[in-house]
Design a protein around this ligand. Structure first.
Ligand code: HEC
Ligand code: HEC
Ligand code: HEC
Ligand code: HEC
Ligand code: HEC
Length: 499
């Protein structure tokens, strides 16, 4: 960003020089002021490509650092935020406050994940400050052995990868993936830090997490773009989402090396992802009630955002979750990353000229609809589990139920995809409704098939891979709609005002 606006302004300066010396002076003056407004900081300390500790960066950027520290706040919204629940510290789990248990809120989740660690402990996610300790102390660590690959999205891992790879980020990534979790855990100290999203010298946004770089490269290759390098080829507005896509995505651990992999070779739509898992056979676990080989979906915020109207209008994650905020005379990006519904004034009203109450009720209406459809799909899954249990008790074999298992795998993944996506449908309401309608349909057909083996299930409205790729948002196609003008100046509006 800095580079481009700098070049532009230098260009302006050069043309002016030919015209009049006074104009050069003016352009330079404007340039300096813009730099000042954008990045007014005193270099108190020298930062390097190895400075991990955010407190050190905070000496140069105290405003961003103060906001970053506020991610400890816990406030609940209707469908998001989180609630601070007291926890009695124990030897294995010293946390004194946790977030509410989602398993207690909806016990059907335990049956959906029967036989998997998620059925033991799954909580509402909370602020970035907690990511490393919540991962370390979740009960899921006690019921199963997790790999070092988990660290990628819960710690500042960039310098560790460089160190273990002797300067080669990807070699270091490979080395950490297959370590045991606690072995890798000893080598990191901080949750996501400044260095994971920023270049220490220019403060430009950058991606530092190899799984995202590789996932994007494979997806672009499938679209005919060879050798895509996210840090070289993405626009600034794209980077304002890509830094979040480093972690807020569906993933799995591939092969015995436990390579953290984003299943995007065929695109970001759920049909593309399911087709990927068909071609690269993978199961996360075997369902304890039915015996079906099933998949767990994880936080596909990036994938779902990409299907929504905001992405196709060029609105980035940072526009809503890190909106520009005035602090004194300065406009800075709000590093208190949280639910935008706790900050509607900055997060939405820069673009939407409605009252706060109106915007909240529109967002909640979309969430309410998603929640109802999710509950219908969840009930369909419970009905299927009941029927399979009965059929097995009556002597049906796994071989006889193979067709049912395939439908359970597909329908359950579709439900879990929306369940695991943390906006309760807001990021892409139409897409969430479409997926949940399909999920319910597939799970109910599976139930019919249990009862009547001659029934011929039909999976409706299946998108061929090509169609799934036909409407990628600006985040995928390499073109940016509604990005801030080339000035690089914080404007706070990724698109034109809308009503
Ligand atoms: C147009 C604004 C907008 C954009 C763009 C956007 N989000 Fe959101 N996001 C929301 C809203 C609104 C919610 C619902 C918050 C709630 O229910 O409290 C939400 C929820 C979330 C949550 C759960 C927050 C919570 O408090 O539970 C996460 C995580 C998230 N978004 C990540 C992302 C990521 C990553 C991107 C980009 C890939 C993104 N969002 C893009 C508006 C946006
Ligand atoms: C691709 C990035 C990524 C990887 C890899 C990853 N996580 Fe997470 N994790 C996230 C994100 C994003 C959230 C917040 C959103 C959510 O909870 O859905 C999260 C939330 C969590 C939470 C808090 C909510 C909950 O589930 O109770 C725990 C605990 C957790 N992860 C543990 C783990 C463990 C253990 C592993 C390794 C098996 C792991 N994570 C691997 C990105 C990742
Ligand atoms: C290094 C991985 C990583 C990156 C990068 C990352 N997140 Fe997160 N995010 C997480 C994890 C993990 C959690 C859950 C932490 C927990 O529950 O302990 C989380 C939680 C959140 C929440 C929930 C906050 C709350 O109070 O409930 C929001 C919103 C969010 N992230 C948005 C974003 C946005 C927007 C970006 C990009 C600007 C981003 N994240 C970048 C891993 C990441
Ligand atoms: C999850 C990614 C992420 C992390 C972690 C992060 N930032 Fe940022 N930061 C951003 C984004 C996005 C912007 C907006 C940049 C843009 O629009 O070009 C930004 C902008 C900035 C800017 C430019 C001025 C402004 O506020 O817009 C500074 C300075 C900055 N961040 C400092 C920090 C510091 C210091 C830390 C650590 C305490 C930090 N950032 C951590 C994503 C991050
Ligand atoms: C950077 C500008 C921008 C920001 C910030 C933004 N929006 Fe939007 N929003 C848009 C645009 C553009 C559209 C598409 C409008 C259209 O074409 O009709 C849109 C559409 C919507 C819609 C209609 C969705 C649909 O499916 O038809 C809702 C509801 C909405 N926004 C709510 C919000 C909320 C709530 C926030 C804050 C969390 C928010 N927006 C933040 C630009 C923005």
């Amino acid at each position: 960003m800095a580079n481009r606006s700098w070049l532009l302004l230098v260009g302006v300066g050069v043309v002016s020089a030919v015209a009049a010396a006074a104009a050069v002076a003016l352009a330079t003056n404007i340039f300096e002021r813009k730099q000042e407004a954008k990045n007014p900081f005193f270099r108190v300390v020298e930062l390097t490509d190895d400075t991990v500790d955010p407190a050190i960066w905070g000496k140069n950027f105290p405003l961003q650092y103060d906001m970053y520290l506020r991610t400890v706040d816990q406030v609940r919204t209707k469908y998001g935020g989180s609630e601070a629940v007291p926890h009695t510290p124990t030897q294995v789990d010293p946390r004194s406050v946790v977030a509410q248990s989602r398993l207690e809120e909806d016990p059907r989740l335990k049956r959906m994940w029967a036989g998997y660690a998620f059925s033991k402990d799954f909580r509402e996610e909370r602020g970035h400050a907690y990511m490393l300790s919540d991962q370390t102390f979740t009960e899921r660590q006690q019921v199963t052995h997790q790999p070092g690959a988990c660290i990628h999205c819960h710690a500042s891992s960039y310098t560790l990868y460089k160190k273990l790879g002797n300067g080669d980020l990807f070699k270091g990534f490979d080395a950490v993936n297959h370590l045991g979790y606690f072995e890798a855990r000893k080598m990191v100290d901080h949750p996501v830090s400044c260095i994971d999203c920023h270049d220490s010298q220019t403060m430009q946004l950058r991606v530092t997490k190899p799984a995202f770089m590789l996932g994007m490269k494979r997806m672009k290759a499938a679209q005919g773009v060879q050798d895509y390098d996210v840090n070289r080829d993405a626009t600034r507005q794209e980077m304002r989402s890509y830094v979040c896509g480093q972690c807020h995505v569906e993933y799995y651990f591939k092969g015995p090396e436990k390579t953290l992999t984003f299943p995007w070779d065929k695109g970001l739509k759920i049909e593309n992802i399911l087709a990927y898992y068909d071609e690269n056979p993978h199961k996360d676990w075997v369902h304890a009630e039915t015996g079906a080989p099933v998949l767990k979906a994880q936080h596909p915020e990036f994938e779902m955002w990409n299907q929504g109207i905001h992405a196709s209008s060029g609105v980035a994650c940072a526009d809503c979750h890190m909106p520009y905020t005035r602090v004194g005379a300065q406009k800075i990006s709000d590093h208190h990353v949280r639910s935008p519904l706790l900050n509607i004034n900055h997060a939405c009203q820069t673009c939407h000229h409605f009252s706060e109450a109106e915007l909240r009720s529109r967002a909640e209406a979309l969430q309410e609809r998603t929640f109802r459809l999710r509950n219908q799909a969840m009930d369909a899954l419970m009905g299927l589990l009941d029927d399979v249990k009965k059929a097995k008790a009556a002597g049906k074999t796994d071989a006889e139920l193979a067709g049912v298992f395939a439908l359970q795998r597909r329908g359950q993944f579709m439900l879990d995809f929306i369940e695991a996506e943390n906006s309760m449908g807001f990021h892409a309401p139409e897409e969430a409704a479409r997926i949940l309608a399909q999920s319910t349909n597939i799970l109910r057909q599976a139930q019919v098939l249990v009862r009547d083996p001659t029934f011929k299930p039909e999976i409706p409205d299946q998108l061929p891979a090509a169609e799934g790729d036909a409407h990628p948002g600006p985040g995928v196609q390499g073109k940016t709609v509604g990005a801030p003008s080339g000035s690089g100046e914080p404007t706070g509006d990724g698109g034109a005002p809308v009503h």
